[in-house]
Design a protein around this ligand. Structure first.
Ligand code: DX5
Ligand code: ZN
Length: 212
């Protein structure tokens, strides 16, 4: 299986975003994971489209936008225009999920669907034919630096069984080098790591260690 690493910008130094992104890109990171929070779907705020747009001019990485926002249908077009390549929405959002996924595809982008740890896989199943990636949250969306919730491993295994060997299953939250084997053995192949990469003293080395 082709395992991809998606460092989450949330843990980066926001005063030097351009440099931070170039550094992990050169080190071999696959995707740049961009955590967008609206203070409504999740109890935190982060950044929005203008940050993606500024970074788009500086990087050729796949921009993986994780929209933790209540009404993604209103905003997917602006994220597509800002340069997102993959746009992931939450099953817990208030927009019509099917319509929003269709809109992402109509904009020429890949669509992802995210499940918080307490959301059953059955909530995503009706949309499997409309998504390019399933995001299984291994922490409750909203904050970096939380601990990996092992209860989600069964959900990852079941998703892998249902979606087959080649589908992208992403895991997000609390993944470090020491527990990387846990989601990978369960069947995840797109690994988000925020604190473990940008929170380390040497993010480029952290990327190389993860890739190795
Ligand atoms: C949480 C975000 C994650 C987070 C991961 O809401 O979706 O992407 O930044 O951070 P770590 O790796 O620190 O758990
Ligand atoms: Zn995320």
């Amino acid at each position: 299986m082709n395992i991809k690493l998606a460092p989450s910008l949330l843990a980066a130094d926001f005063s030097r975003l351009g440099e931070e992104v170039k550094n992990i890109e050169e080190a071999g990171a696959d995707y740049l994971h961009l955590d967008v929070m609206d203070g409504h779907l999740v109890p935190n705020l982060s950044f929005g489209g203008p940050v993606l747009q500024s970074l788009r001019g500086q990087s050729n990485m796949v921009f993986d936008a994780h929209l933790m926002i209540s009404e993604p249908h209103k905003y997917v077009e602006s994220f597509a225009k800002a340069g997102a390549d993959i746009i992931t929405i939450h099953v817990e959002c208030d927009s019509d999920i099917g319509e929003t996924l269709d809109k992402i595809h109509a904009l020429g982008k890949k669509a992802g669907l995210a499940l918080n740890p307490d959301a059953e896989l059955s909530r995503a199943v009706p949309y499997f034919d409309k998504i390019d990636m399933l995001l299984i949250m291994s922490v409750y969306a909203g904050f970096g630096g939380q601990s990996y919730i092992n209860d989600v491993n069964d959900k990852i295994r079941e998703a892998r069984r249902l979606l087959g060997p080649d589908f992208d299953i992403q895991v997000d939250g609390g993944v470090y080098l020491h527990n990387l084997h846990v989601p990978v053995e369960a069947g995840a192949n797109v690994i988000v790591a925020g604190s473990a990469v940008f929170g380390s003293d040497d993010p480029a080395q952290a990327v190389r260690d993860f890739k190795a």
